[in-house]
Design a protein around this ligand. Structure first.
Ligand code: ASP
Length: 434
């Protein structure tokens, strides 16, 4: 028992996923003659256990999102003030994040991993999830709000948007956090200091709350996966596999096409040699799933192995650890679209453009810690009418995908540092392009 307690959370979540899948599959065949009992278990036991875990995550979305985004944007606002290097870093961050999300959205539209389940099975799952959502709301939909945000983006009343952030108001609320962060970067340092300190504290507390919620994750994931597998059977395995392959393929395209091209043509470095030089950064990011934890290694490698000038690379890498997260932005875009496909919700082109924009901003606002993406994804999917319960299915296999996307996040930072060093006309002392 003590040995189980000491296991890292992600291992416990994986155990929850595997046990939930096995128990769900066994129940599907065990209850074939008595489907009502299985439905009762799903609606009354699994729904509540999974729901308690998700609610713990949801309640932290508003404070976490606000503090992370406002701080992230304020930092970037200051970055721009730092002058040329700041503007170059910012421009490359937006460029690489947009390409990353573009690759992700193209991949998920081409492969369509969410379609790998038969129509009638999907209808069954959606009906069961919708029934429990309706039951939670007392069977009635909430009436439309009387004071909507202008163009659905500019909030008249940010408090109102905060209260409905999980039922569609996330974009106006993010807009408010964005403007707040910009304004914070624009006021006198002395006055900004206490507000920043408060936001940093709020951010730290919110992260701690996520950790607390994650201690329930093994049970929550068990329950949510049980429900999905008991309805979908082996089809759920195929869908999950297709989703994981889509994420990894898209990440690989960005890693092995976008970065090498940028290294070769912008930074004028030999990509192969560069990847060899940064291998300890890659390994650390992969092992820790945290950009923040990888930062000290990245700083050392940038200077000692790649030979980048210390002043600019320290600046770019430090900012990049939180603001430049290409892997995360790509992952968030793919996951939102996948969940929409999985739940049979079709997203129009304007909707997908919104997903793209939200994923780029979310990449900036996501904390560089393991599982940092999830509060963002949780908030954003509700905007498209995707039931929150659906994330339980993918959460179970998140750790391995987190290891991969974090690797991209830090290699992206190193690539930008190399490009900025070239712009700065201080080429690498160690390596040159072929
Ligand atoms: N683990 C990622 C990082 O630290 C963030 C995330 O996408 O969850 O960069």
């Amino acid at each position: 028992m003590a040995a189980i307690k000491r296991l890292p959370v992600h291992t416990k979540v994986t155990i929850g996923l595997v046990l939930g899948a096995i128990a769900g599959l066994v129940s599907q065949s065990a209850f074939t003659s008595n489907p009502d009992s299985l439905k009762w278990i799903n609606d009354n036991v699994m729904q509540n256990v999974g729901g308690a875990f998700l609610a713990m995550m949801f309640m932290v979305v508003v404070p976490l999102l606000f503090s992370a985004l406002a701080l992230g944007i304020a930092e970037i606002g200051e970055v721009a003030k730092v002058g040329r290097i700041g503007v170059q870093t910012l421009a490359l961050t937006v460029l690489f994040s947009s390409i990353a999300v573009g690759i992700g959205l193209a991949g998920v539209n081409l492969i369509r991993p969410g379609d790998a389940i038969p129509v009638e099975k999907r209808a069954e799952l959606v009906a069961s999830i919708n029934a429990s959502e309706a039951a939670k709301k007392g069977g009635a939909e909430k009436p439309a709000e009387v004071d909507p945000a202008v163009w659905g983006i500019v909030p008249k009343n940010p408090i109102l948007e905060a209260t409905r952030a999980l039922s569609g108001g996330i974009l106006p609320f993010m807009f408010f956090a964005l403007v707040f962060g910009l304004a914070l970067a624009g006021i006198e340092a002395e006055k900004a200091l206490p507000v920043r300190a408060f936001l940093e504290g709020l951010f730290a507390v919110s992260q701690r709350m996520v950790e607390m919620a994650m201690s329930l994750a093994p049970f929550g994931v068990f329950a949510l996966v049980f429900r999905t597998f008991s309805v979908l059977g082996f089809h759920a395995l195929g869908t999950l596999g297709a989703y994981a392959i889509t994420v990894v393929l898209c990440l690989a395209v960005h890693m092995f096409v976008t970065y090498p091209l940028a290294l070769k043509f912008i930074a004028k470095l030999n990509p192969l040699q560069f990847f060899r030089q940064v291998r300890s950064v890659i390994l650390t990011a992969f092992a820790t799933s945290s950009s923040n934890a990888t930062l000290p290694v990245a700083l050392r490698v940038a200077e000692e192995e790649v030979g980048l000038p210390r002043d600019s690379s320290t600046f770019v890498l430090t900012v990049g650890a939180t603001a430049n997260q290409n892997g995360t932005a790509l992952f968030e875009g793919v996951t939102i679209l996948f969940l929409a496909q999985f739940m049979g919700i079709s997203l129009s082109v304007p909707d997908q453009v919104t997903v793209m924009f939200l994923s780029i901003v979310a990449g900036i606002g996501t904390a560089g810690v393991p599982g940092g993406s999830w509060p963002m994804i949780t908030g954003v999917i509700r905007r498209f009418g995707i039931p929150a319960e659906s994330i339980g299915v993918v959460l179970g296999i998140d750790r391995i995908l987190d290891m991969c996307r974090t690797t991209l996040n830090v290699v992206g930072d190193m690539t930008i540092a190399a490009c900025v060093a070239k712009f700065d006309d201080k080429p690498s002392a160690v390596s040159t392009a072929d």
